[in-house]
Design a protein around this ligand. Structure first.
Ligand code: PLP
Length: 375
């Protein structure tokens, strides 16, 4: 069988063995509905309570500030759409995930004013533009780390400016939770979105952190699950899998970060030594997030050639039959079109090895040698 090198961890990660083990035992043994009063259900309720505590500890929150959702998209939709009840305007950034951008488009049609912070060529938001746009009726939503180019934003400063005007601050931390140390109190955020499948947990589960004292409307009405904020029988197997995965990642966060930085440096150094013309996008990137823009070949072509060699990466541009569409993030950072069209995102994970990196460098080299014989 062909060796597979998975390097698309920003899209999703492999479920951790520890998470899988706790989930199966829950599904087969302690499967009862946690709202029921008998003893089997009390076990389920206990699992739910412990999972909430674990997640809260991992991000410096209290358990009653954690609300389980189906993932990052749902958490982001909840925050943005709740603005309809309590806010007049939203300030966000053009590099956000579509879960934010498309939700903003919906609330805009319903009368909420939406404005966008300017970003520089590294994807860093401009703090002065926040100062100019904000007022006490604002909800500010800026992602902690960008999924395409990895740029980590100055969240504490953005939250400080927001609070100095009496406004609310949300961060989409879907790419960051479980990968860099996060403490919601130190970050100063009011709301934070996270998703388990980005940190080796199961798919279809995530959470929204809502700081105590922040009033946002319930997302789903029905029973009293999630304190009446998000009704519906809880997905406990996935919730405990998420808690286990997050705990495991937080326990090994420094080691994983060093490992990924080492791989990243070897990858970039190796490609550079091949004499290939490329730009690395972003600044202060998340460990392992390597967005590279190559001149002379479309990203989609590079992706498919790597796929043929068993290497899974992502692209920052997509071809239709006539044109190459450049992603909204690469457009927002004003990347030269000649490079933007040739963008791939290699997102390394803790399972990647130095051997993977050597194979990736060799594969990229061979792709460019085909196009440029005689180099
Ligand atoms: N926000 C960011 C920054 C993401 O990268 C993603 C997923 O790629 C999402 C939100 C959506 O998360 P989910 O897949 O859990 O709905």
């Amino acid at each position: 069988m062909k060796r597979i090198i998975y390097a698309d961890n920003a899209a999703t990660t492999r479920l951790s063995q520890r998470a899988f083990d706790v989930m199966t035992s829950y599904m087969l043994d302690d499967f009862a509905n946690s709202s029921q009063p008998y003893s089997l259900a009390r076990n389920a309720k206990l699992h739910l309570k412990i999972a909430r505590q674990t997640i809260a500890e991992c991000i410096g929150a209290s358990p009653d500030e954690i609300f389980f959702t189906s993932g990052g998209t749902e958490s982001d939709n909840w925050v943005i759409k709740s603005s309809l009840f309590s806010r007049r305007n939203i300030i966000t950034a053009p590099i956000e995930h579509h879960a934010i951008l498309n939700s903003c488009d919906v609330v805009k049609q319903l009368g909420i004013e939406v404005s966008y912070l300017s970003v520089d060529k590294s994807g860093m938001v401009n703090l002065d533009s926040l100062n100019q746009l904000i007022n006490e009726n604002s909800l500010v939503s800026v992602m902690l780390a960008n999924n395409e180019i990895g740029t980590v934003q100055p969240i504490l400063q953005l939250a400080d400016i927001t609070h100095s005007k009496g406004a609310l601050f949300h961060t989409d931390a879907v790419q960051a939770v479980g990968h860099i140390p996060i403490n919601v109190k130190q970050l100063g955020v009011d709301l934070l979105s996270a998703s388990a499948h980005k940190f080796n947990g199961p798919k279809g589960i995530g959470f929204l952190y809502i700081r105590k004292g922040i009033n946002i409307n319930p997302l789903i009405n029905g029973g009293m699950q999630e304190n009446g904020m998000r009704a519906g029988t809880e997905n406990i197997a996935s919730i405990i899998g998420m808690a286990e995965a997050l705990k495991e990642n937080v326990e090994t966060i420094d080691h994983a970060g060093d490992h990924l930085r080492n791989l990243e440096n070897k990858l970039i150094g190796g490609i550079f030594e091949c004499g290939i013309d490329f730009i690395r996008n972003g600044i202060y990137q998340l460990p392992g997030n390597v967005s590279l823009s190559f001149k002379g070949q479309p990203g989609e072509g590079i992706l498919h050639r790597l796929d043929l060699k068993g290497i899974m990466v992502s692209t920052g541009s997509a071809c239709d039959s006539k044109n190459t569409q450049i992603s909204h993030v690469l457009k927002a950072i004003n990347l030269d079109e000649n490079y933007a069209k040739g963008t791939i995102r290699i997102s390394l994970g803790k399972d990647n090895t130095e051997e993977d990196i050597s194979d990736m460098i060799a594969a990229i080299k061979s792709i460019f040698d085909i196009k440029a014989p005689g180099r």
